[in-house]
Design a protein around this ligand. Sequence first.
Ligand code: ATP
Ligand code: MG
Length: 589
Amino acid sequence: MKRGLHTKLVLIMLLLIISLMTVVGAFLIRGVLGFYTNEFYEQMISFFSMPEFVADLRSAADDPEGPAKIGEILNASRGALGINSDSRNYYILDSEFGNPLLSSDPQEDLILEKSPNILTALAGEEGWESSLTQDYMDVALPISGQNNSYIIYIRDNKQTVADLNMELIQIITEALIIGLVISVLLSFLLSKTMITPIQSLTRAAERVSRGDFTQKIEVQTHDEIGVLTQTFNNMAKQLKDTLDDIENERNKLMTVFLHMTDGVVAFSRDGSIMHHNPAAERMLGISLGDKSVNFDTIFGGFVSMDELLPLKSPEYAEFEHNINGMDLEISMAPISGYGAQGGMLAVIHDVTEQKKSDALRREFVANVSHELRTPITNIRSYAETLADSEDLPPDMVKNFLKVIVNESDRMTKIVQDLLTLSRFDSGKADLHFEKFSFSLSVKNVFDAMLMEAKKSGLEMSLEIGENLPDILGDRSRIEQVLLNIISNAVRYTPEGGRISVRAGREDDTVWMEVADTGIGIPPEDLPRIFDRFYRVDKARSRASGGTGLGLSIAKDIVVRHSGNISVESTVGKGTTMTVKLPIEPPVKQ
Ligand code: ATP
Ligand code: MG
């Protein structure tokens, strides 16, 4: 590159100098020649148009020594006529044949070629013709006296011009050589001021093309190259910024793509996988990076790509399929411009949980209806009996009315529990946090249950650790939890059993543990006792007034206090329930 531009520069300079010198030389030589020729003719004209001079020559022609006489006259003006034997001579010719009779240069042989001017003079005319290309210039003038006539012929062999031109050529050649040397030196200077910046621009452009934007080129001048360098720096910066932006966007999109919960798989027209995200791999349960996996191996069972390709944006096809034990909702839409002939995009949505919660919701509604129907049926049948039968013994009437009151209480409880739950679900149940004594709450609830326990023939003990701190929480809700746990123990422990309630502190938490010697809970039911309406033994639970909502409400309350509730149980031996609550829960809004 360097050599190329530099050599070209030198060559251009050389050509320029040579052609310039040649043209100047040619004009100079021509100019000198023209000037010299003009001078010659003007000199001749000025002499030979002087009437006295011509008259002298004519009278000399009549002299018997004509040529000698004419020669004398001409010799007298030798200097003014520029006659010198080397380059300019005069000749006296006879007017009949043009033979030379006398010459200014005595050394010279009197042999003359017949120039066009001599021929003109032989014809009696004056010969002044001259051409620049001839190697001589001449005039031939006929001089006629009364009797004799001669021709005066003056000829210049251009020797002076030739000498002058030789001198000129020498000067031009020397100037040329000096010019060439200067041009070579100048080309180095030019190379430094022009080619060096271009070279650094080229190197920078090469670096940029390799993706290296770190180095800036220094702007050293304010000319066009300086502007170009500045523009290049700006362009490189712009390019880097744009590339950074694109990279950022790509990273953002990639992050979204990688971490989105929906699975995405893009197929090319031939069915091979172009892109996929980890969610898709997890849902489909196969390695999508595997080359042998394509559209047909994944979805071939229920759809082919050819069926879907005619869809026009924004149309898409939707399928629901159970793959790998998961309920998947799959949307497919053709994509244009993907690969050569477009492709297919599949978005996979896992609806397993949604289906589960739909099922739970249905089950819940069924449970609620069932739970409400039973007391309503009871109330109705007892009320009907009371209305229809007139002579019922007063005891029976009292009993029936008691059942009706119990059943309506039960309905009220169910409705209250449901309201509590729905308030929790909708986030409307405001907890009123306050500082209160946990040990006092445990004691109150224990006391409240003591009577009932006694009635059921149960022994109850209370053991509270010393100096339990006050805790922050919704006192009445917490007492509701404690009450439910102790009442469960009372409810599900047969006569003669024992219930021990203990409370204490552990680090930043307080706990209450209720251990009974009751019927226990089978292991398979343990995980479900916190579900809504779940009861291990429905008949027994209902008989004892249970709806299966108590523990689910308790768990909601405890979780909202950032605490936890756990259970250990052995069928036939007893159950131990433990609640743990932080002394100062982080307040949730
Ligand atoms: P509710 O509390 O709404 O009046 P419930 O007591 O039946 O009704 P939960 O408190 O939610 O409902 O308890 C759910 C189920 O767990 C109970 O029906 C019962 O089968 C079982 N269970 C709870 N506590 C005990 C326990 N201490 N011993 C044995 N089974 C228990
Ligand atoms: Mg209960």
